[in-house]
Design a protein around this ligand. Structure first.
Ligand SMILES: Cc1cc2nc3c(=O)[nH]c(=O)nc-3n(C[C@H](O)[C@H](O)[C@H](O)COP(=O)(O)OP(=O)(O)OC[C@H]3O[C@@H](n4cnc5c(N)ncnc54)[C@H](O)[C@@H]3O)c2cc1C
Length: 279
């Protein structure tokens, strides 16, 4: 085999892809792990993560996951296409060919067309968590758990006013109650417009210091596989599809819970399945 040809190509070096790659490595399978950023995936940020019941820093976690000599190549995959009975994994600069492809590309925050800026924060976690809420007025857009959790967090951290704009409320009742107890106001409006102007943001004619856009997640849109494998309305791959094509999808990018444990478990099951099939 030349150097651009492998038994298995794993796309995405988050927990799912890394665990899968580790099992392939231990079984002596000739694999390549690819990612557009260094290994670590969504965890590659300065944050603490709960894995099971243990909190780990992202650094400790990445170290634990990368505790083997991972064969890794940086590159953004733009397409996967048939090459005879094999698969060509295409980046802007290179083509790698594999018998089997594993897609572990995770999810992305739904933006609703809004652009992340200093005052408009798209998605939960690090930036939303670290924002300095004291003395600020904040609009939260979204009706899910994250919207209500962050509305409560903003009030707890001293935001003077928090309005939650939601077309449909889907959050758990205890989160809705907590946000309301802390004084966040629910504004159930059908149309929600957000304008980011020079010194503040305007949501449906009301001015705020900042807006949090909490519209949930969707699978990473990759033309690489959307014409090969079916997706649901959130652009996430359907579980269990593709194995017969030698294309596996694992972790956050396929339906189900978004969690490190689920991603690791998917990576393990997928790695073991491939080892059995190729071994
Ligand atoms: C800040 C933060 C805190 C979190 N806290 C927790 C927690 O406490 N507990 C918990 O269980 N879960 C937590 N999560 C969720 C958890 O991180 C995810 O469930 C987990 O990382 C999913 O792993 P994954 O391998 O499926 O995807 P990801 O970790 O998202 O990895 C996907 C990888 O694919 C790569 N990729 C995407 N598209 C391409 C492409 N076209 N070409 C090449 N590479 C590509 C990305 O660069 C990324 O590295 C948190 C997430 C974040 C962001």
């Amino acid at each position: 085999m030349d150097k651009d040809s492998y038994q298995v190509i794993v796309v995405g070096a988050g927990p799912a892809g890394l665990v899968c790659a580790k099992i392939l490595h231990q079984a002596g399978i000739d694999y390549l792990l690819m990612d557009k950023q260094p290994p670590g995936g969504a965890l590659l940020c300065d944050y603490e993560f709960k894995v099971g019941s243990t909190w780990l820093s992202s650094l400790e976690y990445s170290k634990k996951l990368c505790s083997f000599p991972v064969r890794y190549c940086m590159g953004e995959v733009v397409r996967i296409e048939r090459q005879g009975l094999r698969w060509a994994v295409v980046t802007k600069d290179a083509v790698h060919v594999g018998d089997v492809v594993v897609i572990a590309t995770g999810v992305t925050h739904r933006t609703g067309g809004n652009v992340d800026s200093e005052r408009v924060i798209v998605g939960p976690f690090k930036r939303a968590y670290q924002y300095h809420y004291a003395g600020k007025s904040v609009a939260v857009l979204g009706g899910g758990d994250n919207a209500f959790e962050y509305a409560a967090l903003a009030r707890n951290r001293g935001a003077t006013k928090v309005d939650i704009y939601s077309r449909t409320v889907r959050a758990r009742p205890e989160l809705i109650e907590e946000a309301s107890r802390l004084g966040a106001m629910l504004r159930s409006e059908n149309e929600i417009s957000l304008i980011d102007v020079s010194d503040d943001v305007i949501v449906n004619d009301t001015h705020y210091d900042a807006a949090l856009v909490m519209y949930g997640f969707e699978g990473v849109e990759l033309s690489i596989a959307s014409d090969i494998l079916p997706r649901n309305g959130q652009k996430r791959f359907l579980v269990g599809k593709g194995g017969e094509l030698n294309v596996y999808v694992i972790g956050d990018c396929c339906e189900g819970e978004l969690s490190i444990e689920k991603a690791e478990n998917d990576g393990k099951v997928c790695g073991e399945t491939i080892v059995r099939r190729l071994g």
